[in-house]
Design a protein around this ligand. Structure first.
Ligand code: NAG
Ligand code: NAG
Ligand code: NAG
Ligand code: NAG
Length: 243
């Protein structure tokens, strides 16, 4: 009788331990005690060695871990696979400044935890931790069809894989391309329109270069008289206004 009772209790314990696994992501390991550790999660999943390295060299990894420890909204990470990094142009990463590498990694972090079903209803552009989502900043747009989710950055497109990790603080999805932000890889914003009135360049008394004397005397005279004309017109206008 006692034996049966013990066996029964054991069975109950085993079943209740197994239960959460059945309902969660089958691939995801049971959450360890304490805050999530992004490095550990990516190491466990494999094929993210370059992203892990970048998280370390930019220290965004530490920042993510401490954010996970005290943020209310949680985080979502789009993790490019090693293959994704492999399809970048040679030297593309190394030609970036430290600040740009930081921004590139932050561009893959969304400051809230997003479940797969939320992608269907989220509004574009998505805000990333890299900064603003204006055209020449860090725009990111999602497009969904059924369960498939594509991300477009204005520079390139990527497809989202199934979550490799997800709890109430963190969701990690693999992406098949490194997400290239406009701010770093896109065209630069058009230069502001040149001001209509060109001021004649002041000739410095210490400027002895011959080039400075190349302006023909009559051109300089014309510029001077145009300026004078404008001043007289301006005074006249102000005068009219006050009279
Ligand atoms: C996170 O995991 C990595 C690798 O497993 C480990 O080196 C690091 O110390 C861990 N960080 C924290 C804050 O636990
Ligand atoms: C998490 O936060 C608590 C309290 O703020 C702190 O004591 C602990 O060291 C932090 N843990 C990690 C892994 O950052
Ligand atoms: C995502 O992009 C792939 C091509 O890269 C395309 O075949 C697929 O239809 C796209 N899915 C969505 C939801 O736009
Ligand atoms: C990315 O996908 C969009 C549609 O969502 C398409 O218009 C655009 O041409 C694609 N860009 C690249 C670089 O493939």
């Amino acid at each position: 009788m006692l034996k049966q009772f013990l066996l029964c209790s054991l069975l109950v314990v085993v079943i209740s331990l197994q239960c959460p696994k059945t309902f969660g992501q089958p691939a995801a390991a049971p959450a360890p005690a304490g805050p999530d550790n992004i490095t550990k999660i990516l190491e466990k999943a494999g094929q993210f060695s370059i992203m892990i390295k970048l998280l370390k060299t930019t220290s965004v990894g530490n920042q993510i871990n401490s954010q996970l420890n005290d943020s209310n909204n949680g985080l979502t990470l789009f993790a490019p696979t090693d293959n994704a990094f492999g399809s970048l142009k040679a030297g593309a990463l190394n030609s970036l400044s430290q600040e740009q590498q930081d921004e590139l990694v932050q561009f893959h972090v969304i400051p809230m935890v997003l479940s797969a079903s939320q992608f269907q209803t989220i509004s574009n552009p998505l805000r990333t931790q890299a900064g603003g989502s204006g055209t020449y900043e860090f725009p990111m747009n999602l497009e969904t069809s059924g369960n498939s989710v594509n991300i477009s950055t204005g520079v390139n497109n990527a497809t989202l894989g199934n979550a490799i990790f997800s709890d109430n603080q963190l969701a990690v999805y693999p992406v098949d391309q490194v997400l290239l932000p406009m701010s770093i890889f896109g065209p630069k914003p058009p230069a502001p329109a040149p001001s209509p009135v060109k001021k004649p360049k002041k000739k410095s008394s210490t400027d002895l270069s011959p080039a400075a004397d190349n302006v023909p005397a009559d051109t300089a005279g014309t510029i001077k008289s145009v300026t004078r004309g404008a001043v007289i017109f301006g005074l006249g206008f102000i005068g009219t206004f006050y009279l």
